[in-house]
Design a binder for this molecule. Structure first.
Ligand SMILES: [Zn+2]
Length: 172
């Protein structure tokens, strides 16, 4: 199941037959993301934030963006001991919305250590230049990629030696 299908089936609870179902669902998808981001309920806000950072541009209006920013501005810290503060994810999602709203056409100035490259391939921003290399002795996976939009070339090293994978993104 690729990321577009995952989002439509698991998050929107809709049918997915082909890629066009993703593009046709964008308005519905945006509406649900806004509802969750503005819900003030930690798991819904976190879930929507995590979904959103992996997506392409859903064309949020300035008004929608301002409303979301106001609603998430004073979220309380979680009482549950978690690996990290969920508000980091929320902040990242808001940054991506601001980034697209400032006119960005791809996500090349946004990638960082929390970004799995495979999702970006599935969503159509990046293409693989050569097969993925799994370095078993170092618990690493290496990707060489090109952005379809701005043509930036990337080398991404996924490290699996921690509790959760981290990603080193380097322009080549
Ligand atoms: Zn790019």
């Amino acid at each position: 199941m690729d990321y577009k299908e995952y989002v439509i089936v698991q998050y929107l609870k809709s049918d997915y037959k082909s890629e066009s179902d993703y593009y046709n669902s964008k308005i519905k998808l945006k509406a649900k993301l806004i509802e969750d981001l503005e819900s003030n309920e930690m798991w819904r806000v976190l879930g929507a934030s995590k979904i959103l950072v992996g997506l392409d541009n859903l064309n949020f209006t300035n008004k929608e963006l301002e409303s979301i920013k106001n609603k998430v501005a004073d979220l309380p810290k979680s009482e549950i001991p978690m690996m990290r503060d969920y508000r980091v994810d929320v902040g990242q999602a808001v940054s991506l919305l601001e980034y697209f709203s400032s006119g960005a056409k791809c996500k090349c100035n946004f990638y960082g250590s929390l970004f799995p490259p495979e999702r970006e391939i599935e969503i159509g921003y990046l293409i693989l230049n050569k097969p993925i290399f799994v370095n078993n002795s170092r618990y690493e996976t290496e990707y060489e990629l090109t952005c379809r939009i701005c043509k930036t070339k990337w080398k991404v090293v996924q490290s699996d030696g921690y509790h959760f994978p981290t990603y080193g993104w380097e322009k080549i």
